[in-house]
Design a protein around this ligand. Structure first.
Ligand code: UDP
Ligand code: MG
Length: 148
């Protein structure tokens, strides 16, 4: 198991001014360490590429439109067993089914607008971190640059 995962605070999370609280929960409550972070707005084609694994799903087009509708905050995180630990931490995909006190439970407004993304495998975590970050934008515990 790997020690890295990728999250995004989705456009509604940013718009609703939850960025600070979400980052606080992730770092202080969850014990995840930020190794890279940036705010950006994805173009439609970038969101399409990011969610390419879902291109056959009925929700794909709407999801792509939503994710490119406003700025997001992309964050690369480090923790032991990061992918599974982070998915447990944020709660189920549907905020109505996310455990009490999780980020998706607290800040999710719908199945689509569920506040945050979390990678689903080590392989996808690496792909997703490389999607947003170059090697000069990722930092180890000593603040030194590193490559995944
Ligand atoms: N999503 C949606 N409708 C669905 C399932 C998912 O709009 O029926 C959105 C939702 O924002 C979710 C994203 O698509 O976070 C990716 O779906 P996935 O099944 O990978 O869920 P996740 O890994 O984010 O929990
Ligand atoms: Mg997923």
């Amino acid at each position: 198991m790997g020690n890295y995962t990728l999250t995004m605070i989705k456009p509604t999370g940013v718009k609703n001014l939850n960025t600070g609280e979400v980052i606080k929960m992730i770092t202080k409550d969850g014990g995840f360490r930020i190794v890279g972070m940036k705010m950006l707005k994805m173009r439609n084609d970038q969101a399409k590429a990011f969610y390419g694994i879902h291109s056959d799903k009925p929700f794909y087009d709407e999801l792509v439109n939503f994710m490119s509708s406003g700025p997001i905050v992309a964050i690369a995180l480090e923790k032991e067993n990061a992918v599974e630990a982070f998915r447990n931490f944020i709660g189920a995909t549907n905020p109505t089914q996310a455990a009490e006190g999780t980020i998706r439970n607290k800040f999710g407004v719908s199945l689509q607008e569920n506040c945050v993304h979390g990678s689903d495998s080590d392989e996808n975590a690496q792909r997703e971190i490389e999607f947003f970050f170059s090697s000069s934008e990722l930092f180890d515990t000593d603040g030194n640059l590193f490559e995944l």
